[in-house]
Design a protein around this ligand. Structure first.
Ligand code: SF4
Ligand SMILES: [Zn+2]
Ligand SMILES: [Zn+2]
Length: 304
């Protein structure tokens, strides 16, 4: 089977389009698609410093590689940041991988720990929660958003880039729908140009399976061990459900993504709640105290 773009043997078939590509042409297509997404949403501007949030998983390391190559030929700079949640065993391995990869790429890298920022590791926070109804990932995700914001401001970045792919977007959309959290659907619009610290997801139009293949063909040494809390939430079930739909109906993920783009823009416009300042930390929020401070205060109240 020959590559559709050159004389080489094809190594990958895009089921939704029928396109057959060799490893090199496949990798080029991922780089091109990423660049197209960045330029379509004007994600990075001249002279900006981009904080690339690198966890040690395939998505963030692939993003770091691609965006680093872009930075070498375009007028913007990058630095890598990693959040250490304090999950024994799991994060240590990831930190080693990220450290080594950043050194290879010659990218400056800094680690920020929950323990330093919130005086609690994730495991300590989980022990303090009142009941198990609040999932590990919802506590972790709330803390991570704040930690990444802090890290980006600390290094003086204008933009935060994360490795979220198209599948992550679909899963988050379904989770928000199932939990009745329509406000968060408005946050899913990839156009973040109105924010002072912009959050960008350059892989948001690329299937997870393609990032996996990119990481393998480019010998990216990612952490394969999943987080011990991974299976606790509903995300894994939704991921499997969407994958089985895609297997039966190629391209259905792309269709859902297009719908999310439209719906998120409409919800964003109707979300115009008055912005207030959190009394505890000074970050923007919609009440007196922001969700992060609220959660940390509640957890610490359980500490004796
Ligand atoms: S799987 Fe959940 S608990 Fe583990 S790092 Fe991710 S968000 Fe945090
Ligand atoms: Zn080719
Ligand atoms: Zn706050």
């Amino acid at each position: 089977m020959k590559c559709d773009k050159c004389e080489n043997q094809a190594a990958y078939t895009r089921k939704y389009s029928g396109q057959k590509l060799c490893s090199q042409c496949f990798s080029n297509s991922i780089v091109r698609k990423t660049a197209k997404t960045i330029s379509k949403y004007n994600m990075i501007k001249h002279d900006e410093l981009v904080a690339v949030a690198v966890s040690g998983g395939k998505d963030s390391l692939a993003l770091l590689k691609i965006i680093n190559e872009m930075a070498l030929t375009h007028n913007f700079r990058i630095k890598a940041i990693t959040i250490d949640e304090g999950i024994p065993g799991y994060r240590d391995e990831a930190l080693e991988i990220v450290e080594k990869f950043c050194e290879e790429l010659n990218v400056e890298h800094k680690v920020y720990a929950y323990k330093d920022l919130f005086e609690l590791t994730l495991d300590e926070a989980l022990d303090l929660r009142e009941n198990k109804k609040t999932s590990s990932c919802s506590i972790c995700g709330t803390l991570r958003r704040r930690a990444i914001d802090f890290a980006a401001k600390d290094i003086g970045a204008n933009v935060i880039a994360t490795g979220h792919n198209l599948d992550d977007t679909l899963q988050t959309f379904v989770i928000n729908m199932l939990s009745g959290d329509t406000t968060k659907i408005g946050w899913m619009d990839p156009d973040t140009s109105a924010n002072s610290l912009r959050k960008i997801k350059p892989f948001c139009e690329i299937y997870e399976s393609e990032i996996v293949f990119y990481a393998f063909t480019n010998d990216i040494p990612f952490q394969s061990e999943p987080c011990p809390h991974m299976g606790e939430g509903i995300r894994t079930e939704i991921r499997e459900f969407l994958n089985s739909l895609e297997n039966q109906h190629s391209g259905i993920k792309n269709n859902l993504y297009q719908s999310i783009l439209k719906v998120s823009q409409i919800v964003k416009k109707s979300n115009n709640k008055e912005k207030m300042i959190c009394k505890k930390c000074g970050n923007g929020c919609t009440g007196d105290v922001c969700a992060v401070c609220n959660m940390v205060l509640k957890l610490k109240a359980n500490q004796t």
